[in-house]
Design a protein. Structure first.
Length: 352
């Protein structure tokens, strides 16, 4: 009896274990369905599978949400060359580069100020030669910038070639200059200055007063207009010395020996225009009216048959091979009413 019961108990245990092993494990809801065994059908058929309530629903597919379609379906708004901003930051604003102008004293004549910069010096030599009668005048002029607005000037006639009226002969000869003067220019505005000068003739002693109102207007980088540098030259004692015509000074000096009346001076409206063809090459035209004040018996520059008034006009070029050097030449007439007043002129300036 005990052996039969033992065999029955063992049979029940074996059958129960087989059913337990054959039954599928309950799937974890979080981890998803468990893959079937290799020998088990993929459909998951079997009595144990059918009796488990969660086995059927645990293997269902998860529904994914779809992304919204792009705003540009055809890609017409895309720029393949545009940079990709992965940092998601706003691009920096583009600032145009600031144009830089060269510093220092300009090489262009049209851009130069009326007065020299502070501590700059310039020495120039001007040779003025009317052809009939020949009366060459060599003028040496120096100027120095005390400040950028105050300039000191010094003028001296080195000499001239003319027929001295004090001699009986008629031959042309070189005569040393006797006229010297000092002037001060003060810049009031960038386009306007005032100039006061005192010219002196040394033998005999004659003193004059020079007044000017230099102006200069710049139009871009190519054009400039100016003038009125030597507006008025009047006598204070005996006669007003001239820095334009050494023959006029010699004639007025000779008139002191025979008590002949001399002019009271000159009123001169002179203007110039500059076209800057290249940075180192300028075309300059000058013109104006020179009127003799008072008696015109002494002749000389500025006198003519038209009541002591002369209209002058000249044009030339200025070449600047270096920033410190100017070379110039011009042709023109001291008096358009007289062909003999045709006057070549040369110019040289050196800056330190």
């Amino acid at each position: 009896m005990s052996l039969r019961r033992l065999i029955s108990v063992l049979s029940v245990v074996v059958v129960s274990g087989s059913i337990a092993l054959a039954a599928p494990k309950k799937a974890d809801k979080k981890k998803g369905p468990v893959a079937p065994a290799k020998d088990e059908p993929a459909s998951g058929s079997g009595s144990a599978a059918a009796t488990t309530p969660d086995a059927a629903g645990s293997g269902s597919a998860v529904q994914m949400t779809e992304d919204a379609p792009p705003s540009d379906m055809n890609g017409t708004d895309e720029n393949p060359d545009a940079p990709k901003d992965v940092s998601n930051t706003n691009p920096a604003a583009v600032v145009a580069p600031v144009a830089k102008h060269p510093t220092g004293y300009p090489i262009e004549e049209a851009l130069r100020p009326i007065t020299l910069p502070a501590n700059m010096s310039e020495v120039s030599l001007d040779i003025h030669t009317p052809v009939s009668p020949i009366a060459m005048t060599m003028l040496l002029h120096a100027r120095y910038g005390i400040t950028s607005r105050i300039q000191l000037g010094l003028s001296y006639i080195l000499g001239g070639v003319y027929d001295d009226p004090a001699t009986a002969g008629t031959g042309k000869a070189f005569h040393p200059g006797k006229a010297v003067g000092v002037d001060v220019t003060v810049l009031l505005q960038n386009w306007l200055a005032v100039r006061v000068g005192v010219p002196v003739y040394v033998d005999p002693v004659a003193v004059g007063l020079q007044l000017g109102a230099p102006i200069k207007f710049q139009f871009g980088d190519k054009f400039a207009l100016g003038g009125l540098d030597d507006l008025l030259n009047i006598k204070i004692s005996k006669f007003a010395p001239s820095f334009i015509n050494s023959l006029e000074n010699a004639t007025n000096a000779y008139f002191q020996t025979n008590n002949t009346e001399t002019p009271n001076g000159h009123l001169r409206f002179a203007f110039y225009g500059i076209y800057q063809h290249k940075p180192n090459l300028a075309i300059i035209a000058r013109g104006g009216i020179d009127s003799v004040l008072g008696s015109s018996s002494s002749g000389g520059a500025g006198t003519s048959s038209s009541g002591g008034t002369a209209t002058f006009l000249r044009a030339g070029i200025q070449f600047t091979p270096r920033r410190y050097l100017d070379l110039g030449a011009s042709l023109g007439f001291d008096d358009l009413a007289h062909a003999g007043s045709f006057t070549p002129q040369g110019y040289l300036a050196l800056r330190i």
